[in-house]
Ligand binder design. Structure first.
Ligand code: FE2
Length: 388
């Protein structure tokens, strides 16, 4: 058992009433990072899938909510609202789903250990409005994982929307707050959910890819690239979302092994976060990306693009993805002119700790219920109903 460093200090219960605090981003346990020759030559199993396996078979990854399921979600949401519990206090114990729970339990297993994605359809967001939709969505999410903070403001209900921020300022602007393209990446949680409230006029479409399929292809075509991705030579920006005493960046690898026996390959990647650090590399504080690293990130993006499954989210759709073994991207988009609403997705970041079936990650917080996410100091969790 590895000595776990960086354990949290006491958690103030006046700020975190459930005693659970998002642990945030950390350097890996460096002694749990392994050289490339310890990695598998090829990955097999359900997490390896090809776009052609699913492209013409949406029934294999789409579930339209039945009238009974919507009724169950509606009743649970009305009860929750009636009890006047703050949205940040929602949990399985105050959002009861007597019938749907079993289905969600299966889905959770499929997200963690199976193909790693699903698209729900028919969430009646227009009928319910943003508040009840948020309750029903977060309530559903509590059956998949523990919600974690997504930014320095403590947002546990995130809002993906173009706020007119400058997407070229990648050292300070989070791309989800712009209309720019997002390259293939993972979010900082075990599972990510996106509920579509409003669509763009054009673009904003989703692409996903099995990182285990990408791994197998790179192992065949470009093992040198794969090796570079396993080396702890990559600096990831915190983009200023930094707690007292933390560095502004994290040195780590991109492709990891789980801890322990039968270790699976884990990928944690976002090119914007490694490209944005020139303010430190220009000053000689960290090394700039090497030619091999620049090539690796370009080959990774191109390979993901080539192998990806395209998906469009309509109003009332919910996409849940694994961040352990699925990478996702979105196309740039253009919103409708006012007074039409802008594209709006409600986002959940959900954690699945190791002792509840989550992956054995090479980070100190692998067993924490709210592992991952982005937490700055003791910022309290908040669940705003729209972007702010
Ligand atoms: Fe994302």
């Amino acid at each position: 058992m590895t000595a776990l460093t960086q354990q949290p200090s006491a958690i103030p219960l006046d700020v975190f009433p459930d005693g659970l605090k998002t642990t945030g981003q950390h350097p890996p346990l460096y002694n749990e990072l392994h050289p490339f020759d310890k990695f598998p030559r090829e990955i097999s199993g359900q997490t390896v899938w090809k776009a052609e396996d699913y492209r013409d078979a949406p029934e294999r990854w789409t579930h339209r909510f039945t009238a009974e399921e919507i009724e169950e979600l509606s009743t649970a949401s009305d009860n929750f609202l009636h009890n006047k519990i703050p949205l940040t206090g929602i949990s399985k114990s105050n959002f009861l789903l007597p019938n749907l729970a079993a289905r969600l339990h299966e889905l959770r297993a499929d997200l963690i250990d199976g193909k790693g994605f699903i698209l729900f359809k028919g969430f009646p967001v227009e009928q319910w409005g943003n508040h009840k939709s948020a309750v029903a969505y977060m309530g559903l999410g509590t059956y998949l994982g523990y919600f974690v903070s997504q930014n320095s403001r403590g947002h546990v209900l995130g809002h993906v929307k173009d706020l007119g921020e400058d997407s070229t300022k990648i050292d300070s602007v989070r791309i989800y707050r712009t209309n720019a393209r997002q390259y293939f990446h993972c979010d900082d949680s075990d599972i990510v959910g996106l509920l579509c409230i409003a669509r763009a006029l054009e673009g904003g479409e989703s692409d996903i890819v099995s990182s285990h399929h990408v791994y197998n292809v790179l192992a065949q075509e470009r093992p040198d690239v794969l090796k570079t991705l396993t080396e702890p030579i990559w600096y990831f920006d915190r983009k200023g979302e930094t707690s007292a005493g933390q560095d502004d960046y994290i040195r780590t690898s991109v492709v990891y092994l789980e801890r322990g026996e039968n270790a699976r390959v884990y990928t944690k990647w976002d090119p914007y976060y490694v490209r944005s650090l020139t303010r430190f590399s220009d000053a000689g504080i960290i090394p700039p990306l090497s030619a091999a690293q620049v090539e690796a990130l370009e080959v990774l993006e191109a390979t993901c693009n080539r192998l990806s499954l395209h998906m469009i989210l309509e109003v009332g759709d919910i996409q849940f993805l694994s961040n352990m073994h699925v990478l996702h991207a979105r196309t740039a988009y253009t919103d409708y002119p006012p007074p039409m609403p802008r594209r709006h997705l409600m986002r959940l970041w959900l954690a699945t700790p190791e002792h509840e079936g989550g992956w054995k990650l090479p980070f100190w917080d692998s067993n924490e219920k709210k592992r991952g996410g982005i937490q700055v100091d003791d910022q309290a969790p908040v669940a705003p109903l729209d972007a702010e």
